[in-house]
Ligand binder design. Structure first.
Ligand SMILES: Cc1cc2nc3c(=O)[nH]c(=O)nc-3n(C[C@H](O)[C@H](O)[C@H](O)COP(=O)(O)OP(=O)(O)OC[C@H]3O[C@@H](n4cnc5c(N)ncnc54)[C@H](O)[C@@H]3O)c2cc1C
Length: 377
């Protein structure tokens, strides 16, 4: 069945709410959030206050019961102004969602409401991927199975939100079967290093970590034993859709700023918006943003409609959106000339974060190879 979408009145209203929330609560903190190293708890509090951390969790489980389309609209609106805040929101929501879908009753009881209220930070370990199939390939943590659970020795990994995370999801296996685990940051045997310096979204840090003599008992397995691969694939699929939504927001934000700037800046006695070369750049940027918007909305609708094509579409949309928006943000700097390159102007931040959307949640090349596999059978 062909996926269709149309923004409802409720969604239009929701978009306006997001716009005003971002203006009031996120925009005043943008510079600080972009430049700080360390997790911005106050951003998480603001997101929680606006009920944005349980969007993908059902109402029965205490969440908002929204779909991917709604959530992409929220991420788009936040990323227009602050891509880091949008990434933080997406990560936290994915954590709440995965626990609500896969967690045991005890895990739901312990973490779900805290994550949705912003009282606990979610983090996860990045697994290595098979480039063609996007499935877990070389599982970075090799746990040995014991009667009562799993023992990890000398296992290195990278954790997103590593130094701030209270609840950490990791995927690991010992042989053919992978498991997902939910552990707490204080677990014995887990040592998290200082965050690595990054080019963008530094506040949403990445940390190297080592698990040594770390015992993870069976009660920490996420979902059923042996279902790690299935859970990870779902997380990757959903993350691709959300990454495409964030890229869209970054592109729209960069375009809006470039338009405003081109009307204010004068050279040779004229607004630069009067120069044809600048107008052509703006027209190209706007065309790319609009094309991305249609693709992202279609894919988000495909997720909500559980379309059979959704895996392929998510990979395509993630790759296309991030690539187009990288071009848009580069042109946005060009429109703003030297000022576009300055740290106290927002365009350089948009470009740094656009590049990140090409890398995260599986590199674009890995998604392209997966797409080719679906095309060729
Ligand atoms: C700041 C930051 C935040 C991140 N956040 C997230 C996140 O939220 N979620 C998440 O899932 N991941 C996240 N990541 C990790 C990101 O998904 C990985 O960095 C990415 O998957 C690439 O893996 P890698 O860095 O090991 O590069 P490599 O695998 O070493 O790849 C390097 C280059 O080689 C290419 N390549 C590698 N193998 C092949 C192959 N077989 N065929 C063709 N080309 C190949 C890649 O496409 C890439 O261009 C984040 C990374 C960073 C830096």
């Amino acid at each position: 069945m062909e996926t269709t979408y149309q923004l409802t009145k409720k969604q239009n209203f929701f978009q306006k709410n997001i716009e005003s929330f971002v203006k009031q609560k996120i925009a005043p903190r943008v510079l600080e959030t972009d430049q700080r190293e360390g997790f911005p708890r106050e951003i998480l509090d603001q997101l929680a206050g606006n009920r944005l951390l349980g969007m993908l969790v059902s109402k029965d489980a205490g969440g908002e019961g929204a779909g991917f389309f709604d959530f992409c609209l929220a991420l788009e609106g936040i990323a227009e102004v602050c891509p880091t805040s949008a990434l933080i929101c997406a990560t936290q929501d994915m954590g709440a969602r995965i626990i609500s879908k896969e967690g045991t009753p005890d895990q739901k009881e312990a973490y779900l409401s805290k994550l949705m209220a912003g009282e606990a930070v979610f983090g996860y370990v990045l697994p290595q991927l098979d480039m063609l199939s996007l499935v877990l390939n070389d599982i970075p943590l090799s746990g040995s199975k014991e009667d009562e659970g799993f023992l990890f020795n000398d296992s290195e990994c990278t954790i997103i939100n590593g130094d701030a995370a209270d609840v950490i999801c990791l995927f690991a296996g010992n042989g053919d079967l992978a498991n997902g685990f939910l552990i707490e940051s204080g677990i014995q045997g887990l040592a998290v290093a200082e965050p690595k310096g990054m080019t963008g979204a530094e506040a949403r840090c990445m940390c190297r970590a080592v698990l040594d003599n770390c015992r993870i008992s069976k009660q920490y397995v996420l979902g059923k034993e042996g279902e790690g691969e299935k859970i990870w694939s779902e997380l990757l699929l959903e993350g691709s859709c959300l990454t495409a939504g964030i890229a869209l927001g970054i592109g729209q934000g960069a375009l809006d700023y470039a338009i405003r700037y081109s009307k204010q800046r004068e050279q040779f006695g004229l607004q630069i918006a009067k120069f044809q070369a600048v107008r052509i750049l703006l027209a190209e940027m706007a065309t790319k943003v609009e094309a991305v918007r249609h693709f992202v909305y279609k894919v988000a609708a495909a997720m909500d409609q559980n379309s059979r094509d959704r895996h392929k579409l998510c990979s395509m949309a993630k790759t296309f959106s991030s690539k187009m928006i990288m071009e848009v943000t580069t042109d946005a700097i060009q429109v703003c000339g030297g000022y576009g390159y300055m740290k106290d102007y927002p365009q350089q931040k948009m470009m740094r974060n656009a590049q990140l959307t090409q890398v995260i949640n599986g590199s674009n090349q890995s998604h392209q190879l997966a797409t080719s596999r679906w095309l060729l059978g």
